[in-house]
Design a protein. Sequence first.
Length: 255
Amino acid sequence: MKQTRFISAETCGLQVRQTDEGQQSREIEGRPIVFGVRSVNLTPWSSRRVVYEVLEPGCITNELLQRSDVVLNLNHSTEVQNVLGRCRNGKGTLSLTLGADKIECRCEMPNTNNANDALELMRRGDITGMSFAFMDDYEDSENGVSYERTEEVVDGKEVWIRHVKRITGLYDVAIVTNPAYEQTSVATREQSDSIDAVIEAQLQRSQESENEEGKTDELENKIDETEKENNKERERSLTLLRKRLRLENIIKEIY
């Protein structure tokens, strides 16, 4: 399932670069993907839990970047007038560089109406956010995506972490004008319900496993008790046998 994540202005560092002479250029840079930090709450509609996502270092590889076709656009729009750059198989007008804790992007903005408008708005500080669209290996709970319950509580809700260990598809990075909207979209509501369902299924499996372990422990206890009773019975039988042998020896001595 294709997913979208918003990166806050404080984290993404979106800006227009300056030239060596200190003049503003048409080249922009930012960090559309950051590893090891918590996302916003992915389940804002849940009444039971808060779920934060953490992209683990190593979830995106250079091999993935080299075989991906990633578009830089405005608000994830696929319309041609909103395309700002492209990195296809590691080459193109969009540069994506994998670091230890982030992916950095650079792009020389095209001389189009929408790109020029975006540049002006970035220089004014009206546009500061970025986001990216991707697909993770959610079906692999060991090496793809796993869920961990923490000891934290937020507004009476349990806190979970969604660990993304492997991303299988990277589709676009975007300059976004209204990131708050992404937290109230229909797609995000469906995503919230989907994550809740996955966690509920995990809890059910854990409960079933605990029940099976409880049954096993109960059976082992019964076996242990049976063994103890059998040992006691054998000990009683041996004691009676010894007494009988002593009595027979006494009778032989008398007669």
